[in-house]
Each structure stands twice: as structure tokens, then as C-alpha cells.
Write a protein that binds this ligand. Structure first.
Ligand code: PLP
Length: 379
């Protein structure tokens, strides 16, 4: 039995991820569950010292330092100059604050990228907002007519699960379209740390476009920190939403110990940690793709993706839900993609998603099981 409703089709992704936590090989959730690098391990080994440092530094100072270290490591230096930032327990909490603030301000029509991680649609809808789907292709092509009467454009970049990045010229385009229409542009950049193509300075582009913006940055997907993480809710001065008020309805701030850890890990990322991460994820992606290629798979739906998850095509007439059940019998947990396709779930039955933030040996076992199930069924 999965989640409250009991079926794979009706469960949300987090319910499926929870079920996978108990499994032999869990390649379901997108959290980092691999060995820390030697330099990350040295930071973890200093935890008691970090605790003392955090206890003796004013929280607001540490908050600013953690934000600065993280944003600078990912190329977002202008955020510190041009925007305001609120540190949240996680990116979902930042999302909840944003959605409630939209509702409070009477902005209820959101054009949301499709597909994307289901909790974004769930949180927006849960706060009473109405959604229209905007396909990734339409975003890449710059077809502004797809916005209809939306008041907010929400884009996940790089997108989960596809890894698609909104390139600089397209962000400029959409920023200008939103500015012209008096819309807010909102970005979820949780996966940007995996892809240098998503690390151009987004804030300078948004300021240049003259648009009101909200960006949700996230430390939570990058490092194997047992879910010690934060989400940053970053917004333009002229946003016109009660973000601070709703934030303080929910929290005072994030633990200084977590902020200290983020600061140190971000500095490590700047000093070569990011390159190590790129190599690690691309190594795991190669293990999976090589195994699938040997089984006769010739198409990878997201050939250019760099993020820490990978979609695998399920050849018809099979479905993702069928494959998920077969793999469970092998002790392997993946995610079906129907929930990512929040406006058209059956479309997502063509893919499963495999998490790559795992020890390579686990990726090897998952890859062998998936290849075994798909052998001879290649499109
Ligand atoms: C794009 C994206 N945004 C937000 C979240 C939520 O992150 P958290 O659970 O840390 O709040 C996820 C989770 O996988 C995600 O993929």
C-alpha cells in the first residue's frame, strides 16, 4: 500500500519516495545519498566546531554569509546586490510562502511549466491558485501567446525531471514579456548546481528586463547532508507581495548550524567541489546509459541533461507503472513520471525517473535490473 490512497497512480511523488526508503536499492527520490567527497567529509568531521562557531556568530550575519557563499558559488552574485532574500527550512517552505503571498495579494492565475515536480503544482493549487500548463517546448520557442491571462509565469530551471535549462536569451525574452504585461516571473532553480549552463547571473538578466521576480534557490539537492538544507526565497524590491509577513507567520529563521554548514559546503563547491560533483553525476549517468545501450535502448529522452536524475523511456505498450511494479519485484525503486505531468498524467506513463545521486554500485544494480526488464523491448 502506498500513501493514503494506496495506488501508484494516485500517490504523490513524495509518498512513492517514502515507500522507496525501505527498499534494497532506492533510486527514487532526488536527494543526494552518496558518499561525501574527502573535502566534504572534512567539513562533516568538524561538526562540533561548526556548532560552536554557529553559536557564537549573530544569526543575521551567518544568514547573510551563507546566502552569499551559496549564491556566489553558483554564479548569482547580483542577487546579493539587487534582491532581498529569506532563508527557509526547505524550498517547499519557500514555495508555500510564495503561494500564500500570491493568494493574499489576489494574484490567482499561474502559468506553470509542464512537466515538473508535482509538489510545485500541489502547493500552488493547495493555496487556491489556478494553473495553466506551459510546455517546456513553448518556453524554449518563446511563444508568448501561451500565457493567456496568467498573472505569474513559473519556470523550474533546470527542470526536474527533464534537466532542460532556460537559456539566458530566453530568460531575457520571458522577463521582458512579463514586465510588459505586469506579470511576475518566478523560478525554481533547485537543480542549478548540477549544470554550469544554468549558472549565468539570472538576477542581472531579471533586473535588466525590469520585471518583478521571485526565485527559489535550494541547497537541498546538492550535497549528502542528511537533509540538512535550506531554501532561499529571493525577490525584487518592487515585488508587491506580503512575503515577509507570511514568512514570519511560519518561521523565525533556519538553524545557524545549518547555515554554517551551507556556508562551508558552498565555499568547498567554489574551490573545486562543483566540478567534482559534475564528474560524479556524469559517471553515474554513463553507467546507466551504457547498460541500457547494451540492452538495445537507442533513445535517451533527455540526451543533454546534467542534473542528478535521469528519465528512461518505457517502450510501448508498457507503462511506467507496470515497469515500477516489475522493478519492485527486483528490489529496485524508481519513480514513474505520471505525477510530473501534473496536467496530463497519462503522458508521463512513457517514462520512469532514476535518481543518480547514489553510490555507483547502486546505480549499476538499478541499471542492470532496468536493462533486464527492457531488453528486447527497445523502441
Ligand atoms: C524542482 C524542485 N523544487 C522543489 C523541491 C522540493 O524540495 P524540498 O523537499 O527540499 O522542499 C523539489 C524536490 O524534489 C524539486 O525537485
Amino acid at each position: 500500500v502506498i500513501g493514503e490512497v494506496g495506488s501508484v497512480e494516485e500517490a504523490n511523488l513524495t509518498e512513492l519516495e517514502l515507500a522507496a526508503l525501505e527498499s534494497d536499492i532506492n533510486v527514487a527520490d532526488g536527494h543526494a545519498r552518496h558518499e561525501p567527497t574527502p573535502s566534504q567529509q572534512r567539513i562533516i568531521d568538524r561538526l562540533p566546531e561548526l556548532f560552536e562557531q554557529a553559536a557564537s556568530t549573530p544569526a543575521s550575519e551567518l544568514d547573510r554569509e551563507a546566502q552569499a557563499a551559496f549564491l556566489t558559488s553558483l554564479g548569482q552574485a547580483s542577487a546579493l546586490r539587487d534582491a532581498q532574500a529569506l532563508t527557509c527550512y526547505s524550498s517547499s517552505v519557500a514555495m508555500e510562502v510564495f503561494a500564500r503571498a500570491l493568494d493574499a495579494a489576489g494574484l490567482r492565475r499561474v502559468a506553470l511549466i509542464h512537466p515538473t515536480f508535482d509538489n510545485i503544482a500541489d502547493i500552488l493549487r493547495g493555496c487556491g491558485l489556478s494553473l495553466s500548463a506551459i510546455q517546456e517546448d513553448a518556453l524554449a520557442d518563446g511563444r508568448a501567446d501561451v500565457l493567456d491571462d496568467a498573472e505569474v509565469l513559473f519556470v523550474t530551471t533546470p527542470n526536474n525531471p527533464t534537466g532542460t535549462v532556460l537559456r539566458q536569451e530566453r530568460l531575457t525574452f520571458w522577463g521582458e514579456v512579463c514586465a510588459e504585461r505586469g506579470m511576475i516571473i518566478a523560478l525554481d532553480t533547485s537543480f542549478r548546481g548540477f549544470d554550469p549552463r544554468a549558472q549565468y547571473d539570472h538576477y542581472s538578466v531579471l533586473v535588466e528586463a525590469g520585471v518583478r521576480y521571485v526565485v527559489i534557490e535550494d541547497t537541498g539537492k546538492l550535497w549528502p547532508t542528511l537533509d540538512l538544507k535550506a531554501g532561499f526565497l529571493i525577490f525584487s524590491d518592487d515585488i508587491g507581495l506580503p512575503l515577509r509577513r507570511i514568512y514570519t507567520d511560519i518561521l523565525l529563521g533556519v538553524s545557524p548550524l545549518i547555515l554554517q554548514l551551507i556556508k562551508d559546503l558552498a565555499e568547498d563547491a567554489s574551490a573545486g567541489g562543483l566540478e567534482e560533483l559534475y564528474r560524479f553525476v556524469s559517471g553515474n549517468r554513463a553507467i546507466l546509459r551504457n547498460e541500457l545501450t547494451r540492452a538495445g535502448m537507442r533513445r535517451f529522452p533527455d540526451a543533454d541533461s546534467r542534473i542528478s536524475v535521469e528519465r528512461v523511456l518505457v517502450p510501448p505498450p508498457g507503462t511506467a507503472t507496470d515497469l515500477l511494479h516489475e522493478l519492485r519485484a527486483d528490489g529496485i525503486h524508481v519513480l514513474p513520471c505520471r505525477q510530473f505531468h501534473w496536467a496530463d498524467p497519462t503522458e508521463g506513463e512513457r517514462f520512469v525517473r532514476v535518481a543518480l545521486g547514489r553510490p555507483p554500485a547502486d546505480i549499476g544494480k538499478a541499471a542492470a535490473a532496468i536493462a533486464g526488464r527492457l531488453r528486447g523491448r527497445a523502441p
